[in-house]
Design a protein around this ligand. Sequence first.
Ligand SMILES: [Fe+2]
Ligand SMILES: [Fe+2]
Length: 191
Amino acid sequence: MFLLSSTVPAWADAARTDLGALLVDHLHCERKAVENALQLVRRYADRAGMVEALARLAHEETAHLVRMSALLEERGLPMRHDVGNRYAQLLRAEVRPGEPARLLDSLLTSAFIEARSHERLLLLGRAFAAAGDHDAAGIYAALASAEERHFELFLELAREVAPAEADARAAELGAREAEIIASLPHGPRIH
Ligand SMILES: [Fe+2]
Ligand SMILES: [Fe+2]
């Protein structure tokens, strides 16, 4: 298990108290996943193996963004501006400046965001199924399994770029990730 803590099942009920806010937050998470992948392509364009993997990832995250915008539209829920994601901001603040540490930390923090998203989308999928919303349950189950693959991709890339250091650094960042997620209130957001 990569994550050092588990979200309590009651979290999904708190998240679903305002479906419009939850889906908008999720939509912006997908947008930021696209932007993060493309930013890594821009910054590390000289790493051939990584560029293709990240370009494919951006493509898939864009499909998730389309899926979330369609779901909001289908439910008659309004699009809204992003109000920011404290979880990702606090985790990204752990990225060390200067290469090659910056690349390793960027890949590992991305891996944690994907792993936590996987965990939470899975919980939401089950909560939607229990509430009889099988359309949303199906979408969340599919997106959760994609986020699990994305977590594996980022971890694999981290181990490729820093084979000697990746696992030790992942343990450090994992401890910090668990602290951050525990410090944030439950509400209609993914993190
Ligand atoms: Fe995604
Ligand atoms: Fe993802």
